[in-house]
Design a protein. Sequence first.
Length: 133
Amino acid sequence: MATARFEEIAEDFDFLDDWEDRYRHVIDLGKAMDPLEDAFRVTATKVDGCASQVWIVPQVRDGIFTFRGDSDAMIVRGLIAVLHALYDNLPVADVQAVDANAELGRLGLNDHLSAQRSNGVRAMIERIKLTAV
């Protein structure tokens, strides 16, 4: 169950043969995101378990889950953009049904991220799922 935006990313990844090109694409996705205001870079929004500093600001409005996020590391900012494409604007009930590991596996991210980055992605997914209830 992936959003249309995530499917676009998956198609882009299929088109890119080299993992370095895919890595650059993830970074570009992060660069395209609006930065998170300093007021939201607080302990309450910080995601523990990430090697970099990561902030996730979730919101549920009219049963729809949205979130904003940011990081001090460009690749992690890109990973937030990928998760944003996967989860943003879903009905709250659908957030829990997303198999993020399988979807990210389609991109090959599971095989190309360091253990620390993988742990960070898991921590971000946990935060998303905990707040979308």
